[in-house]
Design a protein around this ligand. Structure first.
Ligand code: SF4
Length: 338
């Protein structure tokens, strides 16, 4: 498939191109690629060279994204591409995110073919995931537009590092997003991800307050990097104050990977501490992930505290909701359940 002319860029007086898709704002010379590897200056025009070259196609449970309040118990067609616009030293998906397009086993698939694939497998949604879909925004738009016409929903799994104007285009046909809030300090973001906390907080506020996208948040807890009680308290309280008590928060366990092999796995006691802290700060729906914990993966009614969606790992064991109401007390539970 031919490379796709990119949507978000400007020519500069020095002959280079400024990519305006994410807050990294790479300046890209002729024949060069941006930080994310999949946007290239060819003959003084910027091209999305990852367009139509997906990799890692899988049918996942939606709980794996993780999304707990969006079509629970359904499957989602998932894929990513090569490259990434962040540089996380702890990347849990680095074989894709750190690959260049020629080094990875990419397929060729038009947007129509991706949607047909979802229809063939009967998945009610498509997830743009694994690396950061921000960097293949043109492909996301073209697929999600067709998917919406076919009544298939669209899910972004992202770090939320995206330009304020570009995000209006990329999220136009998106129905749900799980955004990583990787920590709650600028030091962590700067040192371990090569991005900035405030840009992510801005994206979270925009998604919640200015779009209809269903939002959930994930924080991967890394021992001695972002797992202090104080940081988790601050993060949770920021979510309640700025996004509201009904945005689900997932704390997931880290495993040593990529450039962070010197850290131990996250103990379940840290995840439980974080969940308890978030609930104390007022979060209604808080989950722990990458471990087995029926209690930590079940949704409880925010009024009567009865379990309403019982899960273990990525499996839904029982649903005790009628439409979106608790069967015990009729309280509404936030989310998109059908
Ligand atoms: S999307 Fe890629 S090329 Fe564009 S600014 Fe971000 S990292 Fe750089």
């Amino acid at each position: 498939m031919d490379n796709k002319l990119a949507k978000w860029w400007e020519s500069q007086s020095n002959g280079k191109i400024l990519c305006t898709l994410c807050p990294r704002y790479c300046t890209i010379g002729e024949g060069q690629k941006g930080f994310c590897y999949i946007r290239e200056n060819i003959d003084n025009k910027l091209y999305s060279i990852g367009y139509g070259k997906p990799t890692g196609f899988a049918i996942d449970p939606i709980e794996k994204k993780p999304l707990s309040h969006f079509l629970p118990g359904t499957d989602v067609l998932s894929f990513g591409t090569a490259g990434c616009n962040l540089g996380c030293k702890f990347c849990q998906n680095w074989t894709m995110s750190k690959s260049k397009i020629d080094d990875i086993n990419s397929l060729e698939a038009t947007p129509e073919q991706v949607v047909s694939h979802a229809k063939k497998h009967g998945t009610p949604s498509i997830a743009y995931t694994y690396n950061d879909p921000t960097i293949f925004g043109e492909y996301v738009i073209d697929i999600s537009k067709i998917a919406r016409k076919e009544n298939i929903k669209n899910v972004m799994v992202t770090a939320g590092y995206i330009d304020k104007e570009a995000r209006k285009d990329v999220y136009k046909y998106i129905d749900a997003a799980n955004v990583d809030l990787k920590a709650f300090t600028e030091t962590f973001y700067h040192k371990l991800t090569f991005s900035h906390l405030n840009d992510i907080l801005d994206t979270l506020i925009w998604i919640k307050n200015e779009t209809d996208v269903w939002l959930e948040i994930t924080t991967l807890l890394i021992p001695r990097e972002n797992d202090s009680q104080e940081e988790i308290k601050q993060l949770s309280s920021w979510v309640v104050e700025n996004l509201g008590e009904n945005v689900p928060l997932h704390f997931t366990a880290f495993h040593p990977d990529f450039k962070m092999k010197d850290k131990p796995r996250t103990p379940i006691s840290t995840l439980t501490m974080a969940r308890n802290m978030a609930i104390k700060e007022g979060i209604n729906y808080c989950y722990i992930g990458n471990v087995h914990s029926i209690e930590g993966q079940t949704t409880y009614c925010p009024n009567c505290n009865e379990p309403v969606i019982i899960r273990d790992w990525h499996s839904v064991l029982d649903v005790r909701l009628s439409e979106n109401k608790c069967q015990n007390c009729r309280e509404s539970v936030s989310g998109i359940f059908k």
